[in-house]
Design a protein. Sequence first.
Length: 154
Amino acid sequence: MNRRSGISLLDVVILILIVGIIAAILIPKTRLQKAEQSLVKCRAQMMAISDAMLKFYTTRGDTSLLNIGETGESEDTTAGAEAETTSTKEELKPHLFTDDTTLLRPYLPEEYSFTCPLDGDPYVIIVRDSIFYSISCPNGEHGQVIKGQATWNE
């Protein structure tokens, strides 16, 4: 009985089948994990944009108030006139939301992206002055944030 050493064709076929079965089990799990990570990252980014929008809204009026206050007030005013001027300045304070991403950058981390991690499409930001804003995922799969409230929490 003379036995040959080496790998037979049957051994190779069995090895390929085993590798195929393992791949068939692992590939869907990794895709699911990648999709879940994309969902979590997208929602976190939309909430960060929403927080930046609210910070912009509250601080934007303060910076414009400083600009308004520096225009031509005389120093010979009485205490009553100062109080009236201050209340007038506060009434003139514009609080606005913005869809300009360059204005939101100071309120976000340096390496921040305004795109969905799923495919790189930019977020849809809708703004109506001081009344309304929404940030939506361009794919529609990850939800949206409307006036600071996430739709996926409902």
